[in-house]
Design a binder for this molecule. Structure first.
Ligand code: AMP
Ligand code: ZN
Length: 424
């Protein structure tokens, strides 16, 4: 599958950024940005000893901003979550998300900058998520960022959102390239080898929906948004909370794609199987409007368990593939897990068992940095600034590259994964 295809997620997602698409989105003549950006230098003509980046994130439903320096110190940060609004409407409605970003972006960025104690003068560059994500949401962050770089004469660093998730760990832990990375989020599920900044080998990804999306939809089918124990929680967090009281063995769901010896994921079939079971249980219990099923904890536990076994099995194959092909040298066996679903403790414990069994070291950023935030974008900006990569003074051709797709090689290797008991 082509990289462009891998980045594309439905009609509202931004596939790639060109001068025309950007101009259309911003309703601003692109040449005025280009003329300005060509003139600025990395430090805006002033000598600054420490690299400091302002990061801005608006790819989905979180408006985030942060100021981070090259030592990894988070000087200031701010985040506005739209979760409450989207829980009420039963999912993210892109124009609503766009409106909320528009209402909050200036306040969030100003908050992060003033909390940092540095002025815009001292900031080396502005880094912003440009893809992948909801086009309407991305447009708000991008428009705001480009106005900011123009006003303060700063260079612009476009960020690939999934690269930022993958590299967050290098801010919190001492992790060097190469490492295996598993990204589990609301829009993506990716196994890749991070070989360097913006240099990834893609081993596999989901062929339909992402695990966070699956959990959100299951949570919605169970009406968890108005469950007394799950107030204000995302679907994934609500499932995690209730699964703790459940019995994973009461329901048995089919583990996806067991016949396919590759690293491709699939969660749509599992989601349908679970929703069918929920409907059946609702009929059997004779559920009235506003009531919750009595078996919710068991359904949540079985859903989480089946999803986790599928994720662990694909990750196990990726580990064996990397060992067989010598992609990760001996002594450097590290598995990094990030993205919103990586904040799930059950998923982490299961992947820890896998890491122990394969002599890999599991490293995850703290849960608050696994979900979307401005810190990861600012840090990715620091990484790019340090590597001298993708620092743009001209927005006509700016891009946010990620890597090379080698999922066909994984498929050809046809690796059988030994059984592993993950019933933790
Ligand atoms: P991201 O797309 O990386 O911002 O992650 C958001 C996704 O993570 C949403 O689908 C959430 O339901 C999911 N999520 C957040 N916290 C948890 C958790 N503790 N367990 C499972 N999924 C979670
Ligand atoms: Zn994300």
């Amino acid at each position: 599958m082509a990289l462009a295809q891998f980045l594309f997620r439905g009609p509202y997602f931004l596939k790639s950024l060109t001068a025309t698409s950007l101009g259309r989105m911003l309703k601003t003549p692109i040449c005025s940005w280009n003329n300005y950006l060509r003139k600025v230098s990395v430090h805006g003509g002033k000598s600054i000893s420490t690299k400091i980046v302002l990061g801005i994130e608006t790819s989905c439903d979180d408006t985030g901003a942060a100021v981070v320096d090259e030592t990894g110190s988070i000087l200031g940060e701010a985040l506005h979550s739209q979760t409450d609004v989207h829980l009420k409407t039963g999912g993210i409605i892109p124009p609503v998300a766009q409106q909320l970003h528009q209402e909050n972006i200036a306040r969030i960025v100003q908050h992060a900058v003033s909390a940092s104690g540095v002025s815009m003068e001292d900031i080396s560059a502005v880094a912003t998520t440009v893809m992948p994500g909801l086009a309407l949401s991305l447009g708000i962050g991008l428009k705001y960022s480009l106005e900011l770089v123009k006003k303060h004469r700063k260079p612009f660093i476009p960020i690939h959102h999934m690269e930022a998730h993958a590299l967050t760990v290098r801010l919190t832990n001492l992790v060097t390239f190469p490492f295996l990375v598993l990204l589990l989020s609301g829009g993506h599920c990716i196994l890749a080898v991070a070989q360097g900044v913006s240099d990834f080998l893609l081993l596999g990804q989901t062929k339909d929906i992402a695990p966070g999306d699956m959990l959100d939809k299951v949570a919605r089918s169970l009406s968890l948004h108005n469950h007394p124990e799950c107030s204000g929680m995302t679907g994934g967090r609500a499932i995690e909370t209730l699964a703790q009281q459940g019995n994973i063995l009461r329901y048995k769901f089919t583990i996806p794609m067991q016949r396919y010896r590759d690293c491709t994921f699939s969660f749509a079939g599992l989601r349908s199987e679970i929703t069918r079971k929920i409907s059946k249980e609702e009929k059997e219990e004779g559920l009235q409007e506003g009531q919750h099923l009595s078996c919710i904890p068991d359904l949540a536990a079985a859903s989480l368990y089946t999803m986790t076994v599928h994720i662990a099995e694909r990750t196990h194959r990726a580990i064996l593939f990397c060992k067989e092909k010598g992609i990760i040298p001996p002594g450097k066996e590290t598995l990094v897990v990030s993205g919103g679903v990586a904040s799930n403790q059950y998923v982490r414990r299961s992947l820890q068992l896998l890491a122990d069994a394969t002599n890999f070291t599991l490293v995850c950023p703290p849960p608050r940095l696994c979900t979307d935030n401005g810190v990861m974008i600012a840090w990715n900006g620091i990484e790019k600034l340090s590597a001298g990569l993708d620092i743009f003074y001209n927005v006509e051709h700016f891009r946010a590259p990620l890597g090379t797709d080698i999922s066909e090689q994984v498929k050809e290797a046809f690796i059988k994964v030994p059984a592993l008991n993950l019933a933790v």
